[in-house]
Design a protein around this ligand. Structure first.
Ligand code: PMP
Ligand code: GLU
Length: 439
């Protein structure tokens, strides 16, 4: 009798166990649905990478390049990169570095001289005290941002990103396992995040505020007072900040750049500053950017880089050193030319029918509101959104721009004015013709 009962219990518990295993298998299968095609080869792409949007700026530049290769004249306003060649003294320093044998690995986080030069420049320009160990030299500011998000985000950590935003922020946050929290700003507010909007976006999982000023894609720029008000909310909520200051030197008229870390006491300890040589010195291809951060975080970036990429190119680092420590006249010369183009673009856009554009305080982008032109037909093709508008503009008029939707702002298009005056004149004529062709 006892034996019978024991057998019954054993059977029952085995049955429960089988049910449990079956339920668990179903649950795991639901969590990890097999992806049929890819799993056949064993080379299925990870979900994180599969979910990644390709960079729209680079994709549009690729389309423009294809047309150019096919022999077409393209008015290319797609990519945000200075059209100037890198100043001669910087190229000479790179050649000298090669000849001097600086062709080996360096420390993963960069050569000491460059770190010291970056720290010195921030001290001179902004009065900020950073030790060279707090500087980590990366393969461009894009990589510096990747280091920051990867080292800062645990799964589900929220990064508040004001829209319109540069194309890579949200994707990099997702890749790092974080959650981008997009906060839409208003054209009427010059696309600037308002303190109350920031406050409303903060949840218990909020960790980082991303701030980009001067902004890609809008060219808007926060005043020191506006940054101060955002900083008050940051300090009140205990947020960290990633401040992308790559357009620091490209500021027009009366606007004045201040580094986010300086606007309130105690901010530098909770801020990662991101900057680089790409935009200020026309050095996009050299791939040198950096972070400046509290020391423990800098150590984390250094560790990450030591496993992921090792050092950025040794030769490029010596070139960047020459950029920071050599004559600065080249920066002003390029800025003066950008300022001249900005004036032209501003005046020309003002004459386009039913298009608005904010003031472009810095950077080299015009972010035009084309909302009034959507839902119309261009050369027989109906255009309902900014992506279609940009693609039709490219195919019908050979003008390359980038769709606002890629920056989280449907109804807009971005024009980079980092291209020759001649291109700007002809390209804007074509944009006008395109707009006027719509029915
Ligand atoms: N941040 C912003 C806002 C940018 O526009 C760019 C341009 N690509 C970058 C970062 C990255 O610059 P880079 O990697 O060339 O240093
Ligand atoms: N920052 C530039 C742009 O927005 C370069 C391209 C990129 O890296 O996205 O066009």
């Amino acid at each position: 009798m006892i034996v019978e009962t024991q057998r019954g219990i054993a059977e029952k518990s085995q049955e429960i166990w089988r049910h449990f295993l079956a339920a668990r298998t179903t649950m795991v299968a639901n969590l990890n649905p097999p992806r049929a095609a890819a799993s056949a080869t064993g080379l299925s792409i990870s979900r994180a990478v599969e979910a990644l949007e390709p960079s729209a700026t680079i994709a549009m530049a690729g389309k423009a390049r294809q047309l150019k290769t096919a022999g077409k004249t393209v008015y290319d306003f797609s990519l945000g990169e200075p059209d100037f060649t890198t100043p001669e003294h910087i190229c000479a320093a790179a050649a000298a570095a090669m000849k001097a044998g600086h062709t080996h690995y360096t420390a993963a986080g960069g050569i000491a001289e460059l770190k010291a030069a970056v720290a010195r420049q921030y001290k001179e320009r902004h009065g900020l005290e950073y030790a060279p160990e707090q500087v980590v030299i990366a393969n461009g500011a894009k990589h510096a941002l990747h280091n920051a998000f990867t080292a800062l985000c645990d799964p589900g950590d929220e990064v508040i990103i004001p829209a319109p935003y540069w194309v890579s922020y949200a994707e990099q946050v997702k890749l790092a396992g974080g959650k981008p929290v997009i906060v839409e700003t208003e054209e009427a507010a010059d696309f600037k995040l308002q303190p109350e909007q920031l406050r409303a976006a903060i949840t218990p999982r909020a960790k980082i505020l991303l701030i980009c000023s001067p902004s890609n894609p809008t060219g808007s720029m926060y005043s020191p007072e506006e940054l101060g008000k955002l900083a008050d909310v940051v300090l009140e909520a205990g947020l960290g900040v990633v401040a992308d200051e790559i357009y620091e030197r490209l500021v027009y008229g009366q606007n004045r750049f201040v580094s986010f870390a300086t606007v309130r006491p105690g901010l530098a300890e909770r801020t990662v500053l991101v900057n680089g040589v790409s935009k200020s010195y026309a050095m996009t291809g050299w791939r040198i950017g950096w972070t400046m951060s509290p020391a423990p975080l800098a150590k984390a970036f250094d560790n990450l880089q030591s496993q992921e990429t090792s050092n950025p190119s040794s030769i490029s680092q010596y070139a960047a050193l020459a950029a920071l420590t050599g004559p600065q006249q080249c920066v002003d010369t390029m800025l003066a030319e950008f300022a001249r183009r900005r004036e032209f673009v501003r005046a020309r856009i003002a004459r386009l029918p039913d298009v608005t554009c904010t003031q472009m305080s810095g950077a080299f982008y015009a972010f035009i509101n084309i909302g009034a032109h959507l839902g119309r037909t261009y050369g027989g093709v109906r255009v309902d959104n900014s992506a279609q508008w940009c693609l039709e503009l490219l195919s019908q008029q050979n003008v390359a721009t980038v769709m606002g939707s890629a920056f989280g702002a449907e109804g807009y298009a971005r024009l980079s004015f980092a291209t020759s005056m001649q291109n700007l004149e002809a390209g804007l004529e074509r944009i006008e013709a395109f707009l006027k062709s719509a029915t």
